[in-house]
Design a protein around this ligand. Structure first.
Ligand code: TK8
Length: 335
């Protein structure tokens, strides 16, 4: 490097670092809780978020990532955020419905045909509108991540037709839409936090559950579940949340650091999740799971049963919001 270039490079470095220095950022410790294990799509994205926050804050803001529900279930962590005892978390929108009823819109069976539609709608105006509803409850939502399309597993028998679900004790998320949906299919639906699920399957307290391939793999459900039925019955988002109590005390620069890192983590997470999902089914088969697809006729029977919950979702979230989401999906589908 010539001297002139060196001087120029040093100058740029100096300007860049003084810009970082001028930022209004204090030392902060962020306890970030999540439900899955570290070696999962969720764990990897939390790690990336932590790295981005540290980098952008010049090491002042530190994220302590705490997985495997060590800080509690989704519902317990939400309460800790509201009370200000924990700063951040990521979890299913479905477990938030008790706090913000509008979140139930994302539980609509077969709302999205593919992940691209989900991205457009979740990241668009109506997705933001629903995120904004969290504020009055003491939560700030930053971004939606992909949990994914949910599929059914159980340990009793292959589910090839609707009647095969009769009497199967099926764990569902703590959410009335899921409870009603699976009751209407004839299953004996039992709400349980995710943190208790593996043990419940292992001890046969429940026979089955439903989650995306990624989770069935990372949570090792294949060790305690024999049958997997490809149902893709709903697309589940995750949402990255911040305690509003804590957020209100942050500077604009600090909030920007978190918001930018959250967007980076979202893009990373969706890509990672989709790559993993594309390989996960083959891996689950290799681990010994018996996988079946539904015939078109049976898939339709299940679909028409499941979509019977639509009217009650619309009533709960409000007809206007329901219509707005439907319109956004149609627009995304047409584009
Ligand atoms: C993880 C949960 C999980 C969800 C569930 O905390 O409970 O089945 O799919 O991802 O949010």
């Amino acid at each position: 490097m010539k001297l002139k270039q060196l001087v120029a490079a040093l100058g740029i470095a100096l300007v860049a670092s003084s810009a970082a220095y001028a930022q209004d950022i204090k030392p902060r410790l962020i306890r970030f809780g999540y439900g899955l294990v570290e070696n999962s799509n969720q764990g990897r994205a939390v790690k990336l978020f932590a790295e981005e926050v540290e980098k952008a804050s010049g090491g002042k803001m530190k994220v302590r990532a705490i997985g495997a529900a060590a800080l509690g279930s989704d519902v317990q962590m939400q309460q800790a955020l509201i009370g200000g005892a924990q700063e951040m978390m990521v979890g299913s929108t479905a477990t938030l419905v008790g706090i913000t009823k509008e979140m139930a819109i994302w539980d609509t069976p077969f709302l999205f045909n593919n992940a691209q539609e989900a991205d457009v709608v979740l990241d668009g105006p109506v997705g933001q509108k629903i995120i904004d509803k969290l504020q009055e409850k003491g939560l700030v939502g930053l971004v939606y991540w992909e949990n994914g399309f949910r599929n059914l597993t159980n340990n009793k028998q292959p589910v090839a037709k609707l009647e095969d679900l009769n009497g199967i004790k099926l764990r569902v998320m703590q959410n009335n839409v899921f409870l009603d949906s699976f009751k209407s299919l004839g299953a004996n639906a039992v709400p349980l936090p995710f943190s208790e699920l593996f043990t419940a399957l292992e001890t046969k307290a429940v026979d089955g559950q439903e989650n995306p391939y990624n989770t069935i793999l990372s949570s090792k459900f294949y060790e305690v579940q024999k049958y997997l039925t490809v149902t893709n019955h709903v697309y589940s988002p995750w949402i990255v949340l911040v305690s509003k109590k804590w957020w209100d005390g942050l500077s604009k620069d600090e909030r920007d650091v978190l918001a930018n890192a959250a967007k980076k983590s979202r893009d990373f997470e969706r890509k990672d999740t989709r790559e993993e999902a594309a390989k996960a089914l083959a891996e689950l088969k290799a681990k010994g799971m018996q996988v079946n697809e539904l015939s078109a006729a049976e898939a339709n029977r299940m679909r028409s049963k499941l979509t019977q919950v639509n009217a009650s979702i619309a009533a709960n979230v409000g007809q206007d919001l329901w219509n707005e989401v439907q319109a956004a999906v149609e627009k995304a589908r047409a584009s």
